[in-house]
Design a protein around this ligand. Structure first.
Ligand code: SAH
Length: 351
């Protein structure tokens, strides 16, 4: 028997089982699944080929939860859209919609808050409230698509939360998102970002998925990394790099290392050389991100010059490196900022 009870997290087989328990035929189940996963309706009333009686029964037995837009901000600079969504229990999460030449990318959250405690990150400042269900991760995509009347072609699980700390739901999300009877997203168009929970990375590796694994590195040696990322004290760099190497080899997928450039902390030429050493010979890519400054931390982003020198050193050592374009800088587009400010304004969590 399935442990999943919320209908938006159920896969096609589970929906068929649910329908069969209600005495309904397979084709009805498939219609229902398509409304839930492909169309992404926000209410049973939208399911026009399903009878009123059945819609009534379903809505009583299986309430349909979706992401309600609490706040929406649109960047005047680049059109990036930041959403603060309200979940059915009154919790808030964030998603960011970015437009690229190849289509729309949605950055989704995997938890309400986060317990990883990275010093520079706004999402983790009040801990982790709860995991998101697979349906709530899918729901963010549906809500953005509906609001903007567009199709999201790429997803990055880089919003609030640590997806590998919510492993089963994250895996269920990937299966649902990739289903050709649902959103039908190619696994190659999905990135999952982790701060480096090594045992879960081995587990992920065994699934041999074609997703892009992003690893938040942010420092090339243990002492420095442990200062800003508590997870490094549990899973230090040698263990992390070992699993990364194996992962890239086993899946033949290039790992993407995220490196937030913090002025005077991890942006020296010496750090660049160490980083080059660390990733040498590996199927990977380094993404340099000028750190976003947040209310809760005093760190400052690196200047242009430090960024360029750092980038040049990596390139000259043969490392694949890019500097990430900052989108939505006028709308607090980086993770956690909107939620924490919103909660400060309205401590009850609602306005
Ligand atoms: N927990 C996962 C995914 C969510 S965070 C992870 O750690 O990878 C997504 C990315 O944003 C991570 O690389 C994270 O380190 C980075 N990030 C968080 N706060 C940031 C900030 N203030 N400036 C730049 N990058 C930040």
């Amino acid at each position: 028997m399935s442990l999943v009870t919320d209908i938006k997290s159920m896969n096609n087989d589970e929906i068929r089982q649910l329908c069969s328990d209600l005495g309904l035929p397979k084709f009805r189940a498939d219609q229902l699944y398509s409304w839930l996963q492909k169309a992404g309706v926000s209410s049973y009333d939208e399911m026009t080929n399903i009878s009123k009686d059945l819609r009534q029964t379903l809505s009583e037995k299986y309430p349909l939860h979706c992401c309600e837009i609490e706040l929406k901000r649109v960047s005047k600079i680049d059109g990036t859209v930041k959403y603060l969504f309200r979940l059915h229990d009154g919790e808030f999460i964030e998603s960011v919609l970015m437009k690229y030449k190849y289509g729309y990318t949605l950055c989704i959250s995997s938890q309400v808050g986060c317990k990883m405690g990275c010093m520079f990150c706004a999402s983790t400042k009040s801990g982790c409230v709860r995991n998101l269900s697979a349906g709530e991760m899918i729901g963010q995509i549906h809500a953005a698509q509906r609001d903007m009347n567009i199709r999201v072609s790429h997803v990055v699980i880089m919003g609030m939360g640590e997806p590998l700390d919510n492993f089963d739901n994250a895996m269920r999300f990937l299966a649902l998102a990739g289903d050709d009877k649902g959103l039908n997203l190619g696994m190659r168009n999905i990135s999952l970002s982790t701060c480096g929970i090594v045992p879960r990375m081995y587990e992920l590796m065994e699934k041999n998925l074609q997703i892009t694994l992003s690893v938040s590195l942010h420092a090339p040696e243990n002492e420095l990394r442990s200062k800003i990322m508590p997870v490094n004290r549990k899973y230090p760099l040698d263990e992390l790099m070992k699993v990364c190497r194996l992962y890239a080899k086993k899946t033949s997928r290039r790992i993407s290392f995220e490196y937030a450039m913090i002025a005077g902390f991890n942006d020296s030429p010496e750090c660049a050389k160490r980083l080059a050493q660390l990733v040498k010979g590996m199927l990977c890519h380094v993404n340099l991100i000028p750190a976003n400054e947040i209310d809760e931390s005093s760190h400052k982003r690196s200047g242009e010059k430090a960024l360029k020198t750092f980038c040049d050193i990596l390139s000259s050592q043969g490392v694949n490196v890019t500097v990430r374009r900052s989108l939505g800088s006028d709308i607090d587009a980086s993770c956690g900022q909107l939620r924490s400010r919103h909660e400060k304004q309205s401590p009850s969590g609602r306005e």
